[in-house]
Design a binder for this molecule. Structure first.
Ligand code: C5P
Length: 401
């Protein structure tokens, strides 16, 4: 079923009797996963109060174009940029006329002009107004300019007339909104990703770690979210900002990372282990800073748990994807890891090539699964991430066939 996870919707409400149905529409959009902000025209506020839509959307309702306070919060350009979709329901005959004329005489029409997002209109008006050649011409103009239309439906009208002009039902409008976005390869899936290095404490001020930047894991989190997934990123210490709509959990050590992953994995469909987990940690963490003294000291190390292998062996394990950074016999070692870690897929990269991999912006990988493989040529980590997500989605679907 189509959904609106991770989608920001600006819902424009104009002044028609169907405005009361906009309250239900907010709920329907939210149920499909959308984050909704409402713009009301002056006419809309004659039919339904902003308070109702504020309470339902959980956000202040936007009403004024030239309101210094509102502009400080989220002005018309920010709203236009924030939107993944501008949905106007109900869209009155007057609104259609103003849009067709390219007017920007209130907040809603200004946002409609200023946004690059798709625009979907749900007309609602008296059947004679809908049939009027002026309205027909406006609808034709708007359709030609790329506006999408849903409805109107036909039937008995609030004014007593019978004919076309009723606003479509909120559930139908919400589904039409969802259908505008490509279904999303991982629509509604839950994805858990580890990223970055781990830090293994030696004493209160020192640790063992590695040079992992976390870029590949963060790019995967972005790509999974773009594909419609609910994404959780369990990250070691990195200097990267969290992609929009990704839930990030920061950890330090391998043991912390394992704890978080074991707690989250049972509710996930996909687990991607991208972190460069330290294989060993100091066997004892000194309570006080270790003082320098002897010329040579010995550090005893304890093997860390293998997070990937532990998750893949856990009951009800998600579709599990690992990485294999190798310097020689890349494919042989990678296939070995696929088998002995019990994985569904492994992403192998040759780290002897310094142009790719650790800390680089680029990567080139070979992806292996039990019945096949695919080479992904050198590209930015975000392009590789998108290709990987597509491969994972395809394998996940074929597993379920
Ligand atoms: O065995 P190796 O370290 O080469 O395996 C790499 C893969 O295993 C990566 O996907 C890495 O995130 C994961 N891994 C892990 N926990 C460890 C070591 C590696 O999850 N302790």
């Amino acid at each position: 079923m189509a959904h609106l996870f991770n989608r920001n919707i600006v819902l424009g409400v104009t002044g028609g009797i169907a405005a009361y149905k906009s309250a239900e529409l907010v709920r329907q959009l939210q149920e499909l996963g959308a984050d909704v902000r409402v713009i009301m025209t002056r006419g809309a506020r004659e039919f339904i109060t902003p308070l109702t839509l504020q309470a339902l959307s959980g956000r202040p309702v936007h009403t004024e174009l030239l309101d210094p306070d509102a502009e400080l919060g989220m002005g018309h350009i920010e709203l236009a940029r924030w939107a993944d979709l501008l949905l106007i329901a109900p869209a009155t005959a007057d609104l259609l006329a103003r849009l067709a004329a390219g007017r920007a005489d209130d907040l809603l029409t200004t946002v409609a002009l200023a946004t690059a997002a798709p625009r979907l209109l749900a007309p609602a008006m008296n059947q004679q107004m809908w049939r009027d050649p002026a309205t027909t011409a406006n609808v034709a103009t708007l359709t030609e300019r790329g506006f999408h239309m849903i409805g109107p439906a036909a039937g008995e009208q609030a004014c007593g007339d019978i004919g076309p002009g009723r606003m479509e039902q909120p559930a139908v409008i919400a589904q039409a909104a969802a259908a505008l976005f490509s279904s999303g390869l991982l629509a509604g899936r839950r994805v858990l990703i580890t990223a970055g290095p781990t830090r293994e404490a030696l004493d209160p001020v020192r640790y063992l770690s590695n040079h992992s930047s976390g870029k590949m894991g963060f790019a995967l989190a972005q790509a999974a979210t773009d594909a419609g997934a609910h994404t959780t990123l369990v990250s070691g210490p990195v200097h990267l900002s969290t992609p929009d709509h990704v839930h990030r959990i920061d950890v330090q050590s391998a043991e912390d990372m394992l704890r978080e992953c074991l707690a989250l994995a049972p509710s996930c469909d996909i687990f991607i282990a991208c972190a460069a987990v330290a294989d060993y940690r100091p066997a004892d963490v000194a309570a006080q800073k270790i003082k320098k003294g002897a010329e040579r000291i010995t550090l005893e190390l304890q093997r860390n748990p293998d997070i990937l292998a532990t998750v893949s062996a856990s009951p009800g394990a998600p579709f599990t994807v690992g990485f294999a950074a190798e310097t020689n016999d890349v494919l042989t070692y990678a296939r070995g890891k696929l088998e002995h870690k019990g994985l569904d897929m492994i992403v192998a990269n040759d780290v002897s090539n310094t142009a790719i991999g650790f800390n680089s912006e680029h990567n080139a990988v070979t992806v292996l699964w039990r019945s096949g493989s695919r080479q992904l040529e050198q590209a930015s980590k975000s392009v590789i991430a998108r290709e990987l997500i597509a491969l994972i989605a395809a394998q996940l679907d074929s597993n379920h066939d």
